[in-house]
Design a protein around this ligand. Structure first.
Ligand code: C5P
Ligand code: C5P
Ligand code: ZN
Length: 459
């Protein structure tokens, strides 16, 4: 076990002891896949310890939400996958709290479990669900929740930096092989649930020139390499193929991509590590961490996180059916969002590129769309997206590892701008977000551009 893991466990023990003092606790978690899995892990562990709980899922933790929580006078609030950036507000409101999070901390508190406090980076070494998993295992024996811990890390794209999970995430993966396993495989989405040609047709990250969005071309591609099926015949899914057939399709796709102008960066991403939840049924979304996390995002990002949580807690009937319906809408919204960016393009400044989705992309998924658009835009500049929000404008920012190496830190840059113009934000070096006051888009983007310029030149 690594030294960092040991330190995290020690701190988790203190937090767990605090939680166990109470009969009833208030849980607060984030609405994305990582937040839903983190919330579910803590809920399960608390339930097993015979402690009562109520859970609240929020889009972001702002001053108002914290004040509303404080008004209810809870004995203890446990924050998962959020809180570290708002510790000052939490303390100022007099809330008794345990904060289990992986975002860049701003402020200090006694019961605080966060990888950054032990020298680890919360954007790729461990996520909110992994941090919650460590805490849960100090509350009781909850190792069976390791699959949810990994699913949350995948939801937060923690594999992106190295093309696989590393560090604390890897420790969780490798020490819980009864529940979760990894395997090098084609990286396209839908290996468990989609017919193979649909998997090609809907590939958006990377975008496959000539195949993405073109059903006939995908069927034709498979015909040409010997997969002869009639169009209306029941097509096999990726998991139904033999290893030999999988290798054949993967290598033909690599060749096709080289011939059709895919960048070497995107070609290298066609094969990657995938993660299998061994206790889940084959052919369901829950069997594959990537499909599972998308299913969860399809609930939480539309304010239905409790549906996703019910699935995590074991419901394979009503909640699962509802989640699948939500997933269809979510996929459509992502496709529409990507098309919006393709048609309207992005504006380039010296040190960033941006687009404004206005009302066209919901604020809760504009960050996902920005991340997915990155591979088809200028890879040397971070991408910033705006979307309308009730409180003003939602901002989402995504960078790449190469930019981080040159000095970029989106969370720091966004926090600085918000400090000057109002609003609140934070996140990670590679992915950050904020809500800013209405009418401040231009000043925000100019200031952000200037700050990023200083980050890059300082290094
Ligand atoms: O709020 P939270 O920390 O859960 O969100 C993390 C966000 O960072 C996700 O939207 C994820 O897509 C993004 N991310 C990324 N590239 C990485 C790591 C995270 O775009 N290498
Ligand atoms: O919303 P989005 O997916 O762009 O969020 C990217 C990262 O920024 C996430 O880690 C999220 O928790 C963080 N964020 C934040 N404050 C906000 C919005 C996003 O800390 N107001
Ligand atoms: Zn997270």
């Amino acid at each position: 076990m690594s030294d960092t893991m040991n330190k995290m466990i020690k701190q988790a023990r203190k937090c767990a002891e605090e939680i166990k003092k109470y009969k009833e606790v208030q849980l607060v978690s984030h609405i994305d896949a990582d937040g839903i899995t983190a919330g579910s892990i803590i809920s399960k562990s608390i339930e097993r310890a015979d402690i009562g709980y109520d859970i609240l899922f929020v889009k972001q933790l702002d001053k108002n939400t914290i004040e509303e929580l404080a008004d209810q006078n809870p004995e203890l609030v446990v924050f998962t996958d959020l809180g570290s950036g708002q510790i000052e507000h939490i303390n100022n409101c007099g809330l008794n709290s345990v904060v289990s999070d992986h975002h860049r901390p701003q402020g200090e508190t006694k019961f605080h479990l966060n990888p950054h406090l032990f020298g680890a980076n919360g954007s790729f070494e461990i996520s909110g669900s992994g941090t919650a998993f460590i805490l849960a295992n100090q509350i009781g024996d909850n190792i069976d929740l390791a699959d949810l811990a990994i699913t949350g890390a995948i939801g937060d794209m923690q594999y992106r930096k190295y093309g696989k999970l590393v560090s604390l995430n890897r420790e969780i993966l490798e020490s819980n092989s009864t529940y979760i396993s990894s395997k090098n495989d084609i990286s396209l989405f839908g290996k468990q649930t989609r017919p193979v040609y649909k998997m090609l047709q809907y590939s958006s990250d990377p975008f496959l020139p000539g195949l993405t969005g073109n059903e006939d071309a995908c069927i034709d591609f498979l015909h040409k390499i010997g997969f002869q099926y009639a169009k209306d015949e029941k097509w096999r899914r990726w998991i139904d193929l033999t290893d030999e057939e999988k290798t054949k399709i993967s290598s033909s796709l690599l060749q096709y991509s080289m011939k059709n102008g895919l960048s070497s960066y995107n070609i290298s991403r066609l094969i990657s590590e995938s993660y299998i939840l061994l206790q889940e049924k084959e052919g369901t979304e829950m069997r594959d961490a990537s499909e599972y996390s998308t299913l969860l995002n399809a609930t939480g990002r539309y304010m239905k996180a409790e549906i996703g949580m019910a699935v995590c807690m074991g419901d394979r009937e009503d909640a699962y059916e509802e989640a699948k319906t939500l997933l269809a809408t979510h996929r459509k919204n992502l496709v529409d969002g990507l098309n919006f960016v393709k048609i309207n393009g992005v504006t380039q400044l010296s040190h960033l590129q941006y687009f404004d989705a206005g009302k066209e992309i919901p604020e809760t998924i504009v960050g996902i769309v920005a991340g997915m658009s990155q591979s088809s835009n200028n890879r040397h500049l971070p991408i910033i997206a705006f979307a309308d929000s009730e409180e003003g404008h939602k901002v989402s920012a995504r960078g790449t590892q190469e930019q981080i190496n040159r000095g970029l830190n989106l969370s720091e840059a966004i926090s600085k701008v918000c400090h000057e113009i109002g609003g609140g934000g934070g996140g990670h070096d590679i992915a950050a977000g904020a809500t800013i006051p209405a009418g401040k888009k231009e000043v925000f983007i100019e200031m952000l551009n200037a700050i990023i310029a200083t980050q890059i030149t300082k290094k």
